[in-house]
Each structure stands twice: as structure tokens, then as C-alpha cells.
Design a protein around this ligand. Structure first.
Ligand code: C2E
Ligand code: MG
Ligand code: MG
Length: 426
């Protein structure tokens, strides 16, 4: 069952986050710090200039502690925010960032692009003055179903990655788990679907996110092994559900490297059939940015996957290099608009414009549109109004175990595609 958190509070797992708040306006500092405390955060430090912020960062590091979330202004007299961000990069800051700024929409987009280009993680670029609800929504994305990557690791250290030997042994020893996140269709007759997301049950580090495993598998050339294991686990689960009378279809993520395996369509079809399922019950999600760089090499495999009956989805659309021409050439059935354009689309006109034009483009090419990363009731309303066919995100449900997903499904009424039901679930 969903946990009931009052809307003014964050999930308790986030209370210990170390937050550093930087603004040259002392009044705004006080107001924002008060809002963060109301949300339940207990470690909030305020500084009114970039030098003091960097000093605090180094101080914490000397004590083997870290800042988890940096909330900073951009327009400041001594060291401005852009300069400060440059220092954060050279300090190898590994936490998250929320920018709070009075700058206009185009400037906010430029700041986001700058942060991403530096390899930093912007949770949100918010317009001043902000509300407690907006801050909460930005921080909510740090609540995951696996171990918080940043908690408990020394500052500057990367997210834990397993070794290749652990990967191979773990695949034999049941370390691979799948969690399922509902994808809710606004067409009541559509079958309930879920995205299968990889989790790794590490004996020492607990439940790890996909990033701890996938880059290792890709770099070591073992991704085909991992993908087959993931797909087999998903197919077996779907087979079980189908035999128990649950009508479900599943999305499974593929790595770009999988698409260089010419026998992939046959391998996946054989696995699906052996598990008592059919390719038409699956959608394969491929991240757009990497796909588009290797379009010719992948066309063969992708076309034959489609011929076998698999649905094909462009994941994280809008973050890569898709041209209209490439979209027209490839047999995709679904387009997933990246959460960057979903989150806060109601208050960021540029994100909103990209969301809307992606929906129009996909529909004109006969593709279904999924909005991923809808976190709040406002995100929900915005993507419904934009015409998205399917919605996925924390506002509906977080990724969960197979058993929890079936319980969620039994409580969800597909005919009631409305906000009221969403709010009842949260
Ligand atoms: P993705 O395919 O775009 O999956 C969606 C990610 O967004 C998931 O993160 C999910 O937990 C997260 N998410 C869902 N709703 C929300 C929301 O409302 N707000 C926020 N902030 N996040 C949300 P996760 O599970 O950490 O997966 C990250 C990425 O790892 C996936 O992104 C996918 O690219 C990759 N991945 C996951 N499982 C597999 C797999 O089996 N094979 C491969 N090759 N890649 C995988
Ligand atoms: Mg995906
Ligand atoms: Mg995605």
C-alpha cells in the first residue's frame, strides 16, 4: 500500500540530507531555510556568499562529510552563481543542485544547460520567490527505492559500481532484481503496463541502482549477458502474471550496445516464447541520444525486432539528437518525453513548448506518447492537457516489487483516469 506522507513533509529518508543554502539576500535565506525545515530537513546551513559556501564545502570534506543538496542563487554581487558553479566543478562536487533565481526563462534554460554540460545534477531551476510545494517537488526526486547514492559515501567519491566478477557471479546468485513502475494509459481499454527497472541486491551495499551495474556491463562487454538476464526475468514474471489471469504488458530497457547483436531479435523472441509470453506483450525502450548517434548500425536489428512484434520506444526523448528525418525512418511505436520537460512544465514555458511539440510530432508519426517523471498533480494535469497517452512517474507510483505492483494494479481503476484517483493513491 502507498505510504501516506502529509503533503507538507518529505519522506523521512530525506530528513538527514545535508543542505547548503546560498543567497546574498539574508531575508530570502531565512524564508527558504524556514521552508526547508517545515519539509522536515534537519541539516540546513545558510551562507550569503560563494566564498563562504566553498569554505563550508571544504570544511565538511575535511570531516569526511558531504553536502547532498546545494540550493543557490545566481545573481550575487561578489562571486556570481555561474562562477560559483565553475568552482563546484573544480571541487568535484558530487551532490545535487537546485538553482533559485529571479532570471527569465531563457536564462534559466541556459543555466540548466550549463550545469548539465558540467556533469552536475540540477534537480530544478526555480523562479524566485518559490513556494514550499515547489521545493518539495524538486527534493522528492531524491527519494528512490534503492540506497541513496550519495548518503554514506565520502565526498567526491563516485556512486558504488560493482566489479565485473561480482556482476558475473551475482547473475548466477540471484543479485539481479526487477522493480516495476506503472505506466498509466488514458485510454481505459489499454492494457495495464509497467516498466521493468533493474536493481542489484548487493550483499554489502544493499539495493543498488541501475547505474551501478549497467556502465560496468557495457564497459566490460558483458551487457548482452545482463540484458538477456533482465529480459528473461521480466518474461518469466510476465508469464506468471499471465497464467494467474493478470493482463499486463511490460517495457524493458535495452542498452545501445545490445543493438549491435544481430541475433538479438531471435534471442529475445525465444526467451519470450519459452516463458509463455509473446513479443507483442513487450515494449523495448532505447535511449534516444545514443541511438541516434548509431542509426545505420541499429536499423537492421530494430526493424527485425519490430517485425517479431516487439513495441519500440524512444526513451528520454528530447535530450539527444533526434532529427525529424531519423524519427520518420525508424519503426518506433512510442516516444517517451524526458522528465526534464515534464517536471515543472506548468511553470517553465520552454519545457512546456518542447513537451507540446513532442506530443504533436509523435502523434503525427502515429506513435504513442509517454510522459515520464510526472511527480506532482500539476505535472499530471499539464501532461494530460498536452495530450500524452500514457503517464509514468512518482505522482502515480514509484518502482516497486512484483508483488506490490500486482497489489497496486488490483486497486487501480483504469476507467477512472482522473486526478482524484491519483491523489487518493499518494
Ligand atoms: P529510464 O528508462 O528513463 O527509467 C526511468 C527512471 O526514472 C527510473 O530510474 C525511475 O525510477 C525514474 N523515475 C520514474 N518516475 C520518476 C519521477 O517521477 N521522478 C524522478 N525523479 N524519477 C523517476 P532508475 O530505475 O534509476 O533507472 C535509471 C535508468 O537506468 C533508466 O532510465 C534506464 O535508462 C536504465 N535502466 C534501468 N533498468 C535497465 C535495464 O534493465 N537495462 C538497461 N540497459 N538500462 C536500464
Ligand atoms: Mg526506460
Ligand atoms: Mg527515461
Amino acid at each position: 500500500m502507498p505510504t501516506h506522507t502529509p503533503h507538507t513533509l518529505l519522506p523521512a529518508t530525506l530528513y538527514p540530507l545535508e543542505v547548503l543554502l546560498l543567497d546574498d539576500d539574508d531575508f530570502l535565506l531565512e524564508v527558504t531555510a524556514g521552508q526547508l525545515k517545515q519539509l522536515g530537513l534537519v541539516h540546513v546551513t545558510q551562507v550569503n556568499n560563494g566564498f563562504a559556501a566553498l569554505h563550508r564545502l571544504r570544511d565538511m570534506r575535511a570531516q569526511a562529510r558531504q553536502i547532498d543538496v546545494m540550493i543557490c542563487d545566481i545573481d550575487m554581487p561578489e562571486m556570481d552563481g555561474v562562477e560559483y558553479i565553475r568552482h563546484l566543478v573544480s571541487e568535484q562536487y558530487g551532490g545535487s543542485i537546485i538553482v533559485l533565481t529571479g532570471a527569465d526563462d531563457r536564462m534559466r534554460t541556459a543555466i540548466r544547460t550549463l550545469l548539465v554540460a558540467h556533469g552536475l545534477t540540477p534537480l530544478a531551476i526555480l523562479k524566485k520567490p518559490t513556494t514550499i510545494g515547489t521545493l518539495r517537488a524538486a527534493l522528492m526526486s531524491l527519494a528512490t527505492d534503492y540506497e541513496q547514492p550519495r548518503r554514506g559515501r565520502a565526498a567526491g567519491q563516485a556512486v558504488h559500481r560493482i566489479s565485473v566478477d561480482d556482476l558475473k557471479a551475482g547473475l548466477m546468485n540471484g543479485c539481479l532484481e526487477l522493480h516495476y513502475q506503472p505506466k498509466v494509459s488514458r485510454h481505459p481499454q489499454a492494457r495495464t503496463s509497467a516498466e521493468a527497472l533493474l536493481r542489484w541486491r548487493d550483499p554489502v551495499h544493499g539495493l543498488l541502482p541501475p547505474v551501478s551495474v549497467i556502465s560496468v556491463a557495457e564497459a566490460s562487454g558483458t551487457i548482452d549477458l545482463l540484458t538477456r538476464s533482465v529480459f528473461r526475468a521480466a518474461a518469466q514474471q510476465l508469464g506468471e502474471w499471465t497464467r494467474a489471469g493478470h493482463e499486463v504488458s511490460l517495457s524493458v530497457n535495452l542498452s545501445m550496445d545490445d543493438l549491435t547483436q544481430l541475433d538479438l531479435p531471435e534471442v529475445l523472441t525465444d526467451i519470450a516464447v519459452a516463458a509463455g509470453t509473446h513479443p507483442t506483450q513487450f515494449t523495448l525502450e532505447i535511449t534516444e541520444s545514443r541511438f541516434m548517434q548509431n542509426v545505420v548500425a541499429c536499423l537492421d536489428v530494430v526493424t527485425r525486432l519490430r517485425l517479431k512484434g516487439f513495441g519500440l520506444s524512444i526513451d528520454d526523448f528530447g535530450t539527444g539528437y533526434a532529427s525529424l528525418e531519423k524519427l520518420r525512418q525508424l519503426p518506433f511505436t512510442e516516444l517517451k518525453v524526458d522528465r526534464m520537460f515534464v517536471r515543472n512544465a506548468h511553470e517553465d514555458p520552454i519545457a512546456h513548448a518542447i513537451l507540446q511539440s513532442s506530443v504533436q510530432l509523435a502523434h503525427s508519426l502515429g506513435m504513442q506518447v509517454v510522459a515520464e517523471g510526472a511527480e506532482t498533480a500539476m505535472d499530471w494535469q499539464c501532461v494530460v492537457e498536452a495530450g500524452c497517452d500514457t503517464i509514468q512517474g512518482y505522482v502515480i507510483a514509484r518502482p516497486m516489487s512484483a508483488a506490490a505492483f500486482i497489489e497496486w494494479k488490483s486497486n487501480w481503476d483504469p476507467a477512472k483516469y482522473d486526478l482524484q484517483q491519483i491523489l487518493e493513491f499518494n
